[in-house]
Structures are given as structure tokens and as C-alpha cells.
Unconditional design. Structure first.
Length: 312
């Protein structure tokens, strides 16, 4: 083999081995590299999703921190309000002084005034008061007007009015709600504000009675009114008198009696009436058995004879 043939032979072999290498490389790319590229793409997608979720978690975390900060502020505000409204004796004394002032201005005499305790409602804290006093009708209405127009007032729970030995002086027993411990500005009379905690309202079950009393003075001043009739005087009835109408007399009716049987004996007969065994002389209600025959019995009721037969 000369040199030229040797190089041609190796050239053919190189072409064959080169072709085989390219085939193997293509197969490797198809079965190994391509899946790896697909996995890499999926990994990139997962990383992008993870980054988005992380950003969302950061936003949620920020919102939670803002909520916790706001909640702490709200709790602090509630604690301040709670502490303010439930100051105890100091708050009670403020209201006590204000109520006494309102009663004095109305000419009402207070015999007792006591706090029945406080309660926290969804709107504000309130305190229940019990007041007993004496007043004529005009002073009573004036006091109701004074306390109703006060911004510390929240509502009447119950009111009881009775006349005493003096028909124009009434014993008054009122239980009503005020704010637990109002600020100084609430102790002064004036128009109500738009603050729901300071608005005056009357409960549904008691507002009508108080409103009817206050309606007398709605468009008039106390000095301009002349009391012609005190509705709380014992001799002055508020109810319309109803004339007596003749009632028809009730006609008495004999008792209901059912003859169920007769045990006949010529010497000692027995009748079964309303499930009871009766001999002559026995009674059903106010009817007396006076005679028994084989088929009937006779009762005497208020001078009349009542016959019962077995055939009936």
C-alpha cells in the first residue's frame, strides 16, 4: 500500500467515525440535554411563582402588622374610655351634684338618690340611678324637662307617681340612666351633639308615658300655664266614667243528670245517676232523689219535680 492509498483509507475511516460521533451527539441531545432544558424551564417558572408568593406574603405580613398596630391603638382608646367612664365615686359625685341642681331648679324635693351600678353598652357606659322625691305636678314636669334636655341623660327605666296626704304633693319614684361619668361639659344643659354616646333617647317601653307628661309643656312656659286639674290627684280620675247598665238576672238551671240504670228492689231500690249509686233521699248538686220506680226516677229541685226515664 502506497502513501496515497493509506491517506484515502484513513480519510474514509475519519468520515465514518465523524458521522457516528454526530449521530451519538444528536441522540445525546435528544434524550439527555433536552429533558434537562425542560426541567430548567420548569425550575425558572417555579422560582418566578415563589417570588410572587413571597411578595404576596410580604404584603400580607405588612397588613397584619398594620392591623396589630391599629388594634393596639383601639385597645388603648377603649382602655382610656373605660377608665374615664368608670371612675367610680368621682364620676358618681359629678352626676349626683348635677341631678340635685336640676331638681332644685325645678322646685322638686329629693328624699333619696342613689346609684344602682354601671354597665357597659355597645354605645357607651351607663349608670342606673334610683331617685325618690316629692313634688307638685308642675315641678315634676319641670324636672323631667330639665333632665331630659341634659346631655348626660340616657333614658328613663321606670317612673311611679303616687299622691300623699296632700293631694297636690306627689311621691315620685324614678329610675333612670345617665352616662357613667360625664365630662364637665356634659353636666351643663344644652343641645345634644351628634356623638351617639351623648345623644338623649327614651326607651320604647317608657318613652310614651314620659312624652305624654312633657307634651303638656311642649309649646308653653311654666309661668304661662295655669293648672286647672292635677291628673295625679286621687279624687280626679283620668278615666272616663262609664254609666252602670242594667244586667239581666241569671236564670238558675237544674244540674245536669243522666239516668244510667236502676237496680230494682221493692224495699230498697237503687238508681245509677251520673255514675253514682243513689237511694231515695240522695242528692245530685242541689237536686234530691224523691222516688224510684222500675223505669224512672224523680228528683225534687227548687220546688219542681224532674223526671228521668230509662227510655230517654
Amino acid at each position: 500500500m502506497n502513501r496515497k492509498q493509506f491517506f484515502e483509507e484513513w480519510k474514509k475511516k475519519a468520515i465514518i467515525f465523524g458521522s457516528l460521533f454526530l449521530v451519538v451527539l444528536f441522540l445525546a441531545i435528544m434524550f439527555l440535554v433536552r429533558p434537562l432544558l425542560g426541567n430548567l424551564k420548569g425550575t425558572r417558572t417555579a422560582l418566578t411563582t415563589a417570588e410572587e408568593q413571597y411578595e404576596n406574603y410580604q404584603i400580607i405580613s405588612q397588613r397584619i402588622d398594620e392591623y396589630l398596630d391599629t388594634r393596639e391603638d383601639i385597645e388603648e382608646s377603649i382602655d382610656r374610655i373605660y377608665t374615664y367612664l368608670f371612675r367610680g365615686e368621682a364620676g358618681e359625685q359629678q352626676v349626683y351634684t348635677a341631678i340635685n341642681s336640676l331638681a332644685t331648679d325645678a322646685g322638686m324635693r329629693i328624699r333619696s338618690l342613689s346609684s344602682l351600678g354601671s354597665a357597659l353598652s355597645p354605645v357607651t357606659a351607663k349608670r342606673l340611678w334610683s331617685m325618690k322625691g316629692e313634688a307638685d305636678f308642675l315641678s315634676l314636669v319641670e324636672f323631667l324637662r330639665n333632665i331630659e334636655s341634659s346631655r348626660m341623660f340616657m333614658g328613663v327605666d321606670a317612673i311611679n307617681i303616687e299622691s300623699g296626704s296632700n293631694p297636690r304633693v306627689h311621691h315620685v319614684d324614678i329610675t333612670f340612666y345617665t352616662v357613667a361619668a360625664p365630662s364637665e361639659e356634659l353636666l351643663h344643659q344644652g343641645d345634644n351633639t351628634n356623638n351617639p354616646a351623648e345623644m338623649v333617647y327614651l326607651p320604647v317601653q317608657t318613652s310614651q308615658a314620659v312624652a305624654e307628661i312633657l307634651a303638656v309643656f311642649e309649646d308653653s312656659d311654666k309661668e304661662e300655664l295655669e293648672l286647672t286639674r292635677d291628673p295625679f290627684m286621687k279624687h280626679d280620675s283620668l278615666l272616663e266614667k262609664v254609666e252602670d247598665k242594667p244586667v239581666a238576672p241569671v236564670v238558675p238551671r237544674p244540674p245536669r243528670m243522666v239516668l244510667e240504670g236502676i237496680a230494682w228492689d221493692s224495699k230498697n231500690p237503687v238508681a245509677i245517676v251520673n255514675g253514682e249509686l243513689l237511694e231515695v233521699g240522695g242528692t245530685i248538686a242541689d237536686a234530691q232523689l224523691v222516688n224510684i220506680t222500675r223505669n224512672s226516677v224523680t228528683f225534687r229541685w227548687r220546688g219542681k219535680n224532674i223526671n228521668l226515664n230509662m227510655d230517654e
